[in-house]
Design a protein around this ligand. Structure first.
Ligand code: ADP
Ligand code: ZN
Ligand code: ZN
Length: 839
């Protein structure tokens, strides 16, 4: 860290600049600081800076604006230090952050916190430093001996961690000394501001200059090494790999030390050569992603339908900034995207390709990488902090003109976007739940594109009701592609009545006779099957056969899920685990049965019913490590798995040639989920997972098991009647005033004390009803899970008509009302989360 500017009273002969700083504090505004003259040239929007906040805190923030207006209400403090020599955030991003904070009712500091990869954020280690505004030598205060020692040490070091300070004083607890210095205001405590990012380095060697300049000197060297064959081997290896006399640059880039070891050469001989100055040793910073050239795969030729679709999209872009592409599963949307991406890159603009989840990225990323090589950056949650910083920097320095990534890639520092593609735009995983901002990446994509004057293409086989509605209204362009690529056709979907099968005792565990025989056919013909059940674990819960007692989590009002593999009961909300009981604690009965089924039980049953088949499971539990998704997908692709059973992870984007059967086990659970989007979600999930079947020549087969055979949505799914489904669904939404006809804002009040939680909710309800009108505020509602991690929860739901009330005014009311609740003494310990457009 550099020394802090001490010269605080610089004469003001030049213009005094002020900087509005975004700080990671929960106060919804920017803070104005004065820029010291000597930093005038080195400060600009998007730079990270260090400032003093309040009396004793020092924080890292980002410059949001530089201007000449001193603040009216307070005396501006000085910016203490500038951390960057170029902006880490672009002006458009700052604009976007402001937009997000206003729209999602949070602070810009919270946005910054989620947007920046943590490698660019301050680490949380506390440090102390001298207070530049109160030099201790000038203060007429008495200091103890220890305090003097520490102050002098700080004078020499500019800052110390707690441990370092303890070492200076040679004692463990320095708390009282520190506290006294902080109270005397000559020392400041602050959070470490050093970025955590560490570049990846490799150790290399190059031949010393004299040997390169004169071949004879090298020959002499060889003769002196006559009796040192190991050193000779090393030299020969180097000369073989590095053409020192043909390519001047080659010797400068040198050779990795690792490559000698890999060739089985001696470590100590190499070190001797370094010691004798034959080799010069150095470090080089390298990319964590290696190098990747495009493979120049055979040019993709779009089919006539795809060409027409592409042309129609471009045509619509002439008039509209947003186009919705409704293309059935397997129609080859990706190939159309690739064509549009190439086009945009050729025009010199950047492209962002959003995917809902990493499960999806594996296959598509491979396809894209072959085409775009390393001008394509990848950004997702399984990347380490360091990797993310490299992608971030790569976007700034122009290495990556094209990024494919999950929802957080919306925050990357683009400065010239031409096109954003939101693939599977209907996917709920585009929505962030916690922490704030609870943003929807598709919606932000539209805002971001607008700021860049870029185009957005939303793509899906099952568009969200919201997007389809806006397309129908003409706000978005709309293009339809309802033919699969090549000779492939949509699979045949049939519905099996499990009630009837149960009565006739035809079921084998949870598999109907139709599904069992279809799986047998699939195995016999060397094909693959996917079994979908949107519930992980072995069984949703355990119940006593006699008294119906059910084990529940003590911290969350929810039953525990049974996991066979570890023989334990787990809470899916807080992670609590316990061993299953051998007898019912309520009645003593030993008849404790599992109820229902999750993916783990299905995996077990499949192995029993089809002992020859190779069965694998893909769900949250089997994909926790970085490469586990990829491994499962690669095994499946290679044909090492016959039956893949999984949660919604198996439903998206996957493209396998041998899958000819999809089984959907418990569609009723999806249909009856207590949420206004349940029907939409069911239509989407079932259509998407069905779309994995029969993606090549052979027609695929889908079997849906249900106890509600007459459910109208199911027949629409079997007929792929999206439009019909939409017409029915939009009526419901209208009748019950749900989105897209209204905007919803969900407010959750939390408190460890149930009574306080309830009275806080009531108070908020009254405040909001007073301001927004009582019909717009529903509640209090006890959520399905009324207690999580020992906090009681209550909800309010605000419905605002799209046109009638000014949304911004309403949001301001919500913000101020919540602030009022939070400062109320008797509601101490209350937390409030606000979710705009909840899912
Ligand atoms: P979607 O995303 O619409 O479900 P995909 O883009 O995954 O469909 O395409 C389905 C399959 O068809 C993929 O295996 C893809 O490689 C292939 N495909 C699509 N279009 C073409 C094309 N023009 N040339 C060659 N293969 C194609
Ligand atoms: Zn019992
Ligand atoms: Zn719990």
């Amino acid at each position: 860290m550099n020394k802090l500017p001490i010269n605080v009273d610089a004469p003001e002969e030049r213009t005094t600049l002020f900087a509005d700083i975004i700080l990671p504090v929960p106060i919804p505004k920017l803070f104005t600081y004065r820029v010291p003259q000597e930093l005038n040239e080195t400060i600009a929007e998007g730079y990270r800076v260090i400032v003093q906040f309040g009396k004793k805190k020092i924080l890292t923030g980002v410059v949001g604006k530089v201007h000449v207006q001193p603040p009216k209400e307070y005396e501006a403090k000085y910016v203490l230090e500038v951390l960057d020599d170029r902006p880490v955030i672009s002006p458009v991003q700052i604009k976007l952050f402001h937009w997000i904070a206003a729209y999602y009712i949070c602070t810009i500091g919270e946005v910054l916190n989620v947007a920046l990869p943590s490698g660019l954020k301050l680490s949380s280690q506390s440090r102390i430093q001298l207070n530049p505004e109160r030099p201790w030598e000038d203060e007429e205060i008495d200091f103890s001996e220890k305090e003097f020692v520490l102050l002098r040490a700080l004078g020499n070091n500019s800052s110390l961690t707690y441990d370092e300070a303890a070492e200076v004083l040679q004692q463990k607890s320095i708390y009282h000394t520190l506290k006294s210095l902080i109270q005397k205001e000559v020392v400041l405590l602050y959070e470490e501001v050093q970025a955590k990012y560490k570049p990846k380095k490799v150790n290399k060697v190059r031949l010393s200059e004299e040997y390169v300049q004169d071949e004879h000197i090298l020959e002499q060297l060889f003769s002196t090494l006559e009796k040192k064959p190991k050193q000779v081997e090393i030299l020969l290896k180097y000369l073989q790999e590095v053409p020192v006399y043909h390519d001047q640059q080659a010797n400068i880039s040198g050779l990795e030390k690792q490559s000698f070891y890999q060739a089985g050469l001696s470590k100590s001989s190499l070190n001797t050569l370094i010691k004798n100055k034959v080799f010069h040793e150095f470090e080089e910073i390298v990319s964590r992603f290696g190098k990747l050239d495009p493979l120049n795969p055979q040019e993709i030729v779009l089919s006539p339908e795809q060409t027409a679709t592409r042309d129609e999209i471009l045509n619509q872009f002439l008039e509209k900034d947003i186009v919705l592409l409704h293309g059935i599963t397997g129609s080859g949307k990706t190939e159309i995207y690739i064509d549009l991406i190439k086009n945009t890159l050729e025009n010199g603009a950047q492209v962002l390709y959003l995917l809902p989840e990493i499960a999806l990225t594996t296959q598509i990323v491979k396809r894209l990488q072959k085409i775009f090589g390393d001008q394509m950056g990848i950004y997702h949650s399984k990347y380490s902090d360091n990797e993310r910083v490299e992608v971030w920097d790569g976007v700034i320095n122009g290495q990556y003109s094209f990024v494919v990534g999950v929802r957080s890639s919306i925050f990357l520092p683009f400065d010239n976007l031409g096109l954003i593609i939101v693939d599977e735009e209907h996917e709920p995983s585009y929505k962030q739940f916690d922490p704030a901002p609870r943003y929807h990446a598709r919606d932000l994509a539209l805002v971001l594109a607008n700021m860049h004057h870029a185009k957005t293409l939303l793509g899906s086989a099952t568009p969200s009701v919201e997007s389809f509605f806006l397309a129908k209204k003409g706000k978005y362009g709309f293009v339809n592609l309802n033919k699969r690529y090549g000779e492939s056709t949509l699979p045949e979907i049939s519905i099996v009545d499990v009630l009837r099968e149960r009565k006739k005792k035809l079921m084998r565990e949870d598999f109907s006779s139709a599904l069992v025989s279809a799986i047998n056919d699939s195995l016999a013909t060397g094909n693959q099957a996917i079994i979908f059940q949107n519930r992980r674990g072995y069984a949703p819960y355990i119940a006593c056969h006699e008294c119906n007692w059910i084990p529940k989590c003590e911290s969350c009002a929810v039953s525990l899920t049974y996991h066979m593999y570890r023989n334990e009961l787990r809470c899916h909300y807080c992670g609590y685990r316990e061993k299953p009981h051998s007898a019912c604690p309520a009645c003593g009965s030993t008849k404790l049965n599992t109820v229902g089924f999750g993916t783990e039980k299905l995996e077990e049953d499949l192995k029993l019913i089809f002992p020859e088949a190779k069965v694998r499971r893909m769900d949250l539990d089997t994909t926790r490590s970085k490469y586990s998704y990829q491994n499962i997908i690669e095994e499946f692709e290679a044909g090492d798995i016959d039956i893949l059973v999984g949660t919604q992870m198996v439903s998206k984007g996957l493209d396998f040639k041998s899958v000819n059967l999809v089984g959907i086990l418990d569609v009723d659970r999806l249909l009856h989920f207590p949420d206004f989007r349940a029907a939409e979600r069911t239509f989407q999930l079932v259509t998407q997972v069905s779309g994995r079947a029969g993606r090549r020549k052979e027609k695929g087969k889908v079997i849906i098991q249900t106890s509600n055979v007459d459910e109208p949505i199911l027949s629409m799914i079997t007929k792929s009647a999206y439009s019909k489904f939409f017409d029915l669904e939009i009526l419901e939404r209208k009748n019950f005033s749900y989105p897209p006809f209204t905007r919803l804002i969900k407010i959750t009040v939390k408190n460890p004390d149930k009574k306080v939680c309830y009275s806080g909710t009531d108070m908020l309800l009254n405040l909001l009803r007073e301001k927004l009108g009582s019909s717009r505020v529903r509640g209090p509602i006890e959520p399905i899970i009324g207690k999580i991690r020992n906090l009681f929860l209550m909800e309010l739901l605000i419905k605002i008509e799209r046109d009638k009330v000014n949304l911004n005014t309403a949001k301001n009311f919500i913000r101020t009302s919540c602030d009022e609740i939070l400062t109320e003494r008797r509601l101490k310990g209350t937390k409030i989360t606000i979710d705009v457009d909840p899912y």
